[in-house]
Design a protein around this ligand. Structure first.
Ligand SMILES: Cc1cc2nc3c(=O)[nH]c(=O)nc-3n(C[C@H](O)[C@H](O)[C@H](O)COP(=O)(O)OP(=O)(O)OC[C@H]3O[C@@H](n4cnc5c(N)ncnc54)[C@H](O)[C@@H]3O)c2cc1C
Length: 247
């Protein structure tokens, strides 16, 4: 049984070792989940095996489906949160328990289960130091980018502004503090937390916290968040080519 499964996987691996557009050798590949845990009340971390030669750039995402008959064609995009040269793949996924979708099903996926990784893609790649602005699970591409920059001792040349509803929703707070120290501003939109900024990221907030609008800006989060921050940045003198965004 085990052998049969292994053969099946090897065949599918061979089938898929054709150069695709991203330069990754796999068009789609079945991978085993090695480990899972909850990093907030509704964000689950998945560690997956990494097949030989699999590549991605910090900030990139991949379409994922669950390897179960009724789920394998339901593809959803998620972002790699680890470093390309790690020997595993890592994702941090917000579970929407109120929707009958893929993330709700991912609640029951744990070590030993399988996910299918499809095409790797993404525009949110690091170009130069700058200001990173994110909301909620929009932090995931920045995590991989900051881990990459931290390894090169360059993370603290950047500023992160990270908005969440409350302190319970912050993903990887400790790690972000370690990497960015004082260059990490948390904003809470729905909670009175002593010692933290309690407001929305609006025009006044950006004027108060950013001295130079001629640098690179990276924005990731819900579409309306990204679009409104982008508009404000443009009105404050940032240029379109220096604003890199994804929603
Ligand atoms: C490039 C990219 C990278 C991403 N990376 C990450 C990441 O790293 N981590 C992460 O957590 N997320 C990430 N996301 C977001 C993630 O893809 C979505 O959260 C995910 O697709 C939701 O899938 P779902 O099937 O659970 O829900 P959906 O497909 O959104 O919804 C399932 C069903 O629920 C219903 N529904 C839809 N919206 C609502 C609503 N607002 N209220 C109630 N019901 C609704 C609909 O009937 C729908 O068919 C990324 C998105 C993009 C575009």
């Amino acid at each position: 049984m085990e052998d049969e499964k292994l053969n099946e996987q090897t065949n599918s691996l061979k089938e898929n070792v054709q150069e695709n557009k991203s330069g990754n050798p796999y068009q789609h590949i079945i991978l085993k989940v090695l480990e899972t845990d909850y990093i907030t009340h509704d964000v689950k971390r998945f560690v997956l095996e990494k097949p030989p030669g699999f590549s991605f750039k910090p900030g990139q995402a991949v379409n994922i489906s669950i390897n179960l008959p009724e789920w394998k064609n339901q593809l959803r995009p998620f972002t790699f949160t680890n470093l390309p040269d790690d020997d595993y793949l890592e994702f941090m996924i917000k579970i929407y328990r109120d929707r009958n979708g893929v993330t709700k099903k991912l609640e029951s996926i744990n070590a030993g289960d399988e996910l299918i990784l499809h095409d790797v893609f993404g525009v949110l790649q690091y170009k130069e130091d700058g200001v990173f602005i994110s909301a909620g699970s929009g932090i995931t591409p920045f995590l991989s980018i900051f881990r990459y920059l931290y390894k090169q001792k360059r993370a603290r040349a950047n500023l992160l502004i990270y908005s969440n509803k409350s302190s319970e929703d912050v993903i990887m707070e400790k790690s972000l503090h370690t990497m960015l120290r004082d260059n990490f501003i948390m904003v809470f939109t729905r909670q009175n937390v002593i010692g933290f900024v309690e407001k929305r990221i609006d025009r006044d907030f950006l004027i108060d916290n950013i001295s130079n609008f001629k640098q690179h800006f990276y924005i990731c989060g819900p579409e309306d968040f990204v679009m409104s921050i982008r508009e404000i940045l443009l009105s404050l003198g940032a240029t379109t080519e220096h604003i890199i965004f994804d929603s």
